[in-house]
Write a protein of this length. Structure first.
Length: 137
């Protein structure tokens, strides 16, 4: 464990590092969320993936991870802390990995609702809708 400061200056204990390997594909996706610390993505195998980002400045961008580096795809990507991120496979399946240092903790995870995001970023409604799920009760 390591002691780190969160964005509001609060000191917390976190694992020194964590990593995950996950599969995404078909109609499933990783919905827009933000993390307190940087996250490092790496592409493993399968179809390329689309990563939609909304930076803390409000600027959005789309990055493609995959094996086609000659076509502009990246094999790795560092996503800065506080950046909204959503991921979807461009095919049947994609095997991805992420790592964080300090390590992941659910207390550092935020997933705003579709409605909250559209209110804050109305010009990004189409992309926000693609990378969020409707609220269900």
């Amino acid at each position: 464990m390591v002691t780190v400061k969160k964005s509001l200056g609060v000191e917390v204990e976190r694992p020194k590092a964590t990593s995950i390997l996950y599969l995404v594909g078909g109609d499933d996706f990783s919905a827009l969320h933000r993390l307190e610390f940087n996250e490092f993505y790496h592409f493993s195998v399968g179809a390329s993936v689309e990563i939609f980002l909304i930076h803390s400045s409000g600027k959005s961008e789309t990055v493609f991870l995959g094996p086609k580096v000659d076509k502009g795809e990246k094999l790795q990507l560092m996503i800065p802390a506080g950046t909204l991120q959503g991921v979807r496979s461009l095919g049947d399946w994609s095997l991805m990995g992420t790592a964080m240092c300090p390590g992941f903790d659910f207390d550092d995870f935020q997933m705003p609702t579709r409605e909250e995001l559209i209110m804050k970023y109305p010009d990004l409604k189409a992309d926000i809708t693609r990378f969020t799920r409707p609220m269900t009760f």
